[in-house]
Design a protein around this ligand. Structure first.
Ligand code: NAP
Length: 262
């Protein structure tokens, strides 16, 4: 299927690693132009992977917590590339700010790092999205719906992202800009690998992973970044032309299916 993404410019925040990498590679395979915004430099390994598909991509180093730097960068992308079709709001981190040990100041800091830049990237890109009748995909997390017990700020930010997905779908309906969210549950990425390391040595990590994957109904395995990227890129694409305001779960049935039966 031709997703009609050829030469379309798509900003992917955190697009050089993990789930963002899944999006960037999938966009590249579709002939789109991924524009990666990321805090750390892209690795040689990532460069090798994307350049095996295309050299037509951009990378800009930015810490998205520096909110005032976002609009000038988005304007620069639009000017350099002649417009913007899509946004994949993906950068974020589950920073485990539990209510019992987190001040309101640290709560707000975490919200800033997980939610505010989603808003500012979209606010900055809106004039260009209006021109292109573009599309937005926001990455959220199961924690917004299931909780996790020790991550108040992250859960609030991810819930906020679901709320903004509905709000923007309505706000932009007359501009023909579609807005959807992809909800992720368990996807093995560098972020996830770091989290699993907190469970101790390799044997403990393996044991913890097994507890988790045993509860993922479809095939008892983690979702891959490629699976999330491919579904997300379809939803972002003009081929998904009558889907907006949706929360799409790419999670092997983790959130909705009856796990007591599996
Ligand atoms: P990851 O492996 O850490 O990749 C995230 C990328 O985003 C990294 O390149 C990171 O940069 C970048 N980033 C984070 N904060 C940034 C900032 N302030 N400015 C610029 N770049 C920033 O994480 P991931 O697992 O792929 O997660 C991607 C998204 O999926 C996140 O929103 C996460 O909450 C969500 N999610 C993931 C899972 C999962 O199971 N993995 C589950 C639910 C939701 P650095 O390399 O500098 O850190």
């Amino acid at each position: 299927m031709d997703l009609k993404l050829k030469d379309k410019v798509v900003i992917v925040t955190g697009g050089g690693k993990g789930i963002g990498e899944g999006f960037s590679l999938s966009l590249a395979r579709e002939g789109a132009i991924p524009v990666i915004f990321s805090r750390s430099s892209i690795t040689d390994e990532f460069k090798k992977k994307i350049e095996a598909i295309t050299t037509n991509y951009d990378f800009y180093q930015i810490d998205l917590c520096n909110t005032d730097e976002i609009k000038p960068l988005v304007d620069k992308v639009a000017k350099t590339r002649g417009g913007i079709y899509g946004i994949v709001n993906n950068a974020g981190v589950n920073d485990n700010k539990a209510i019992e040990t987190t001040s309101w100041q640290d709560f707000e800091k975490s919200i800033h790092g997980n939610l505010t830049h989603y808003y500012e990237v979209v606010r900055s890109a809106l004039p260009y999205l209006k021109e292109s009748k573009g599309s937005i995909v926001n990455i959220s997390s199961k924690t917004a719906l299931t909780g996790q017990g020790k991550t108040s700020a992250y859960a609030a930010a991810k819930g906020g992202i679901l709320g903004l997905t509905r709000e923007w779908a309505v706000a932009f309906i007359h501009y023909d800009i579609r807005v959807n969210a992809i909800v992720v549950s368990e996807c093995f990425t560098p972020l996830y690998a770091n989290w699993i390391k907190t469970f101790g040595d390799e044997a403990h990590q393996k044991a913890r992973l097994k507890v988790i994957t045993d509860k993922i109904p479809l095939e008892n395995r983690m979702t891959t970044p490629e699976e999330i990227g491919d579904t997300g890129v379809f939803v972002l694409s003009p081929k998904s032309s009558h889907t907006t305001g949706q929360w799409i779960f790419v999670d092997g049935g983790y959130v909705h299916l009856d796990r007591a039966l599996v």
